[in-house]
Design a protein around this ligand. Sequence first.
Ligand code: PHE
Length: 453
Amino acid sequence: MTGLRKSIHGEWSSRWAFILAATGSAVGLGNIWRFPYITGQYGGGAFVLLYIMCVLLIAMPIMICEIMLGRRGRQSPINTMFSLAEEEGLNKAWRYLGWLGVVAGFMILSFYSVIAGWTLDYIYRASSGSFSGVSDTEILSIFNGLLGNPELLIVLHTVFMSFTVIIVSMGVQSGLERAVKFLMPALFILLLIMVGYAMSTPAFNQGLSYLFKPDFSRLTGEGVLAAMGQAFFSLSLGMGAIMVYGSYLSSRASIVRTSISIVIMDTSVALLAGMAIFPLVFAYGLEPGSGPGLIFVTLPIAFGQMPYGQFFGTAFFVLLMFAAWTSSISLLEPAVAWLVENRDMKRVNAAALAGLLAWILGIGSVFSFNIWQDAKLFDKTYFDIMDYLTSNVMLPLGGLLIAIFSVWLMPRRSSIDELKIGDGLAYKSWRLLARYLAPVGVLIIFLNAIGIL
Ligand code: PHE
């Protein structure tokens, strides 16, 4: 019966369109903004190695589960979990897994849009030449000036959120497919150029060894948790974004091959971003662990010095904004699909309502960079708490439950039927990873971080 189900929201025009959309969701601020700064905070190489292991051994098998459930359910994550549980005679409380994802999506989008707002400001600055020849102290004061201006941050946050709402209300397929096809390769090429520039700085080797030479003495339980969190965040896993995109995937497309392509593209973008940024950090004597502002203070120095920097700088922040955009729409889509299905709302109204909610939540993040910067709980600001709870707790927990549902509860024949790769080595390896390694990995990392292991 499942093979016959159709999504009321439409379907991707091809497998390639889905790969583009899912890559568009995966590649975003998480790769270019978050990956370098978290890597810097947790000491470099050992963190990166762990991150790659989490991507391959935990996140990739879970991505296959998530797309598989989405395509089988063909509805918003909440209704997908409900119908699949019903179909397999399981407890319908599984729909709360969909809810966990919707809530996580709102929380992530709320701060994501604030950071994406910074890129809007930087597009303006790069294009008006304010980075040309800047020193590290000058760029620091520009960046701090931006953070210290809550009104401007709110305006930028509003503009970005409105963009997101507009695209989601048009439906994810139209427009998005075309945009991603051209923008992703462009972003990739620009990153290569940035890495090329980093090579010309005297600290290129130092940057590379910081990134790729593991020093396990710097790794803490907290760092291991952060590496896993980054893997989920960067691949958009554990909250239903990939599930909802999977629900628009044609039943003929290969889920396994598709997942492998997404993982390869996402990981290469993150590593390239690291290779572009860390040499600059060392060349200009900046602090790798300085936090969320890392790319916003390093890259402008490079743009200010390289030939055609004004052009490259503008292009870079424009592309980063687009990358953020194609991710933010996937954060909103699970909630919107649910509102359309269950509340009978028009897509436009559903998108506006959901966007408004995330916008309101985001105001707290705006303030945590200025008037609330000293309001801390467990030494974390509002923004830190939103980011930490979602990446390090909610996404891995969502992923764990998705894996448990897919390989412990759903019968083997249902997954064989949906994955369509037969019952051979590929299927068995996926099942082994998703059944044992991924869930046990998530649990051990959780327990380790809270000090039980
Ligand atoms: N993966 C996106 C990024 O790296 C962020 C994201 C997380 C999108 C979770 C959807 C769901 O920027």
